[in-house]
Design a protein around this ligand. Structure first.
Ligand code: 4AD
Ligand code: MG
Length: 479
């Protein structure tokens, strides 16, 4: 058996010494031909390995370079040096894999996030990305734990579908046709009858519609999977492939929905505050340093940890779209024309500058906006009695803008069909969806949380490309 090793995190947490261990990891630095900083990804803190002078062959020492992988056996002893309580006095060192120091792209110095994005296959080996992806893991774990504790069923919805759940037409096609010469109909359009699935298919933009089907049997379900959007948005908050968590609950109205979303967000943030303290402290310090580069008036007042604690300890602000429009209209930003898109009338869609004004300048906390105009929202949202708005909710977070989008669903068959017709959505293709309204329909609600936007919020990373291992964005699908 090869894998008889102790994780470095475990060693560093344990204060005792004078015992034998085997560790394996990658060299971060090698100082004075004696001190190896070894990292195995379990923590950002390296284990200092002492290679006593004269004990090892010169030919071996030459191979201990940044990036090389080692297996070290030795004894844990109290450390004489500053910065660590213990170190490993090596008895044997085996180089598992060499790393040519001249060619290894990660030098022991600070690299820019942009540069590291180009070498995303290696960036896990930096402190920043190691912390980000360990936190991402914990957040994912907390998501499952939350819903499991609440009795929700985890539903795997399809990735290939024939429907456009959001009706926004931002889909990637899935086909195995020869793209040079696909079969055509008489009118020149592509004939999908002979394609793999016998019809036009695409990558899913949301698991919601299938989620609703299951909620009509299990009461409470959630999905957590990849979703795809072919929107050409080259921003720090958009990906073409992102992960979304979509709970769907029978017997929930919009208020129940908002309550669950707020409880959910607080729960997962509390979970990482309790379980990822070391990484969050590191990210908090990283962000503070980054903030210091900015002019005083643009800096965020709270540290990352303070911000997260603030979110878990305070109620989210709740107001309607109509109330938000009034606030925005009356704002200094609108009056002094500081918004790129000025708010002039009710009915306009909110831009991220407006969302950020509300959460960062006006309320200074997360906001749940409800009851949006029906023209700017999807067909499945429940129509309010005023005839103008739908029972939608968006949750806006400081520094991010929209983090959650959801609604109470239109459970009344006639109203739903009417709205679909108005919006030119085929009732025949979605006949299976309409069946839920034909057979035992109930008031129900759900929402979608963009997982990467949550990871951004929790880690303080400003670009969404830095919180997913291998980002897919317009003109980029490397690795
Ligand atoms: O608001 P959206 O489009 O809502 C839905 O898809 C609904 N079907 C959800 C539901 O009710 N079950 O997307 C939900 C969330 C957004 O609030 C945002 O956080 C994230 O998904 N999101 C994106 N994240 C990264 N890149 C993109 N291109 C995103 N588009 C949406
Ligand atoms: Mg949305």
């Amino acid at each position: 058996m090869f894998n008889k090793r102790t994780r470095i995190k475990e060693l560093l947490e344990n204060d005792t010494h004078n015992y034998e261990v085997t560790v394996m990891g990658w060299v971060r630095t090698f100082r004075n031909n004696q001190f190896i900083a070894l990292n195995d990804g379990s923590t950002n803190n390296n284990l200092q390995v002492l290679a006593e002078l004269g004990k090892f062959e010169e030919s071996l020492l030459k191979r201990i370079t940044t990036g090389a992988s080692l297996k070290v056996k030795g004894e844990i002893i109290p450390s004489l040096g500053k910065g660590q309580k213990i170190e490993l006095k090596a008895n044997s060192i085996e180089v598992l894999g060499d790393s040519d120091a001249e060619k290894y792209p990660l030098q022991p110095k600070k690299h820019s996030l942009e540069f590291l994005r180009e070498i995303a296959h290696l960036r896990f080996r930096t402190n920043t990305f190691a912390a980000v992806f360990r936190v991402r893991h914990s957040l994912a774990f907390a998501v499952h734990r939350f819903f499991n504790e609440k009795g929700f069923v985890y539903l795997h919805t399809p990735i290939i579908t024939a429907s456009d759940a959001e009706g926004a037409g931002e889909m990637f096609h899935v086909t195995n046709f020869d793209l040079i010469n696909p079969p055509k109909n008489e009118d020149g359009s592509i004939n999908f009858k002979n394609d793999f699935f016998g019809k036009a298919t695409n990558l899913t933009v949301s698991g919601q519609l299938e989620g609703e089907l299951a909620a009509m049997a299990f009461s409470d379900i959630y999905t957590f999977g990849p979703t795809f959007r072919a929107e050409n948005s080259n921003t720090a908050r958009h990906l073409a492939e992102f992960w979304m968590i979509e709970p769907e609950m029978a017997f929930y109205d919009l208020e129940d929905n908002a309550n669950l979303a707020e409880e959910f967000i607080k729960y997962i943030i509390k979970y990482v505050l309790g379980n990822n303290k070391e990484d969050l402290d590191f990210l908090s310090q990283r962000l503070s340093k980054e903030e210091k580069q900015k002019p005083q008036n643009e800096r965020i007042e709270m540290s990352l940890i303070e911000k997260l604690q603030f979110v878990t300890n305070n109620n989210f602000e709740r107001l309607t779209y109509t109330e938000a429009i009034e606030i925005l209209k009356e704002s200094n930003y609108n009056k002094k024309k500081k918004f790129q898109y000025l708010i002039e009338e009710w009915g306009v869609d909110l831009q991220s500058e407006h969302e950020r004004y509300l959460v960062e300048k006006h309320f200074k906390k997360p906001v749940i906006l409800t009851d949006y105009p029906k023209q700017i929202k999807a067909f499945y949202m429940r129509q309010n009695d005023d005839g103008k708005t739908v029972a939608a909710m968006d949750i806006l977070a400081p520094g991010i803008g929209e983090i959650v989008g959801g609604s109470q669903r239109e459970e009344r068959l006639d109203k739903l069909v009417e709205r679909m017709k108005e919006m030119h959505i085929s009732t025949e293709e979605l006949d299976w969806y309409l069946d839920t309204r034909r057979f035992g329909t109930v008031p129900h609600s759900g929402f979608g949380l963009g997982f990467e936007r949550l990871v951004q919020f929790v880690t303080g990373m400003t670009n969404i490309r830095d919180v997913i291992p291998f980002p897919r964005t317009p003109k980029s699908a490397e690795f």
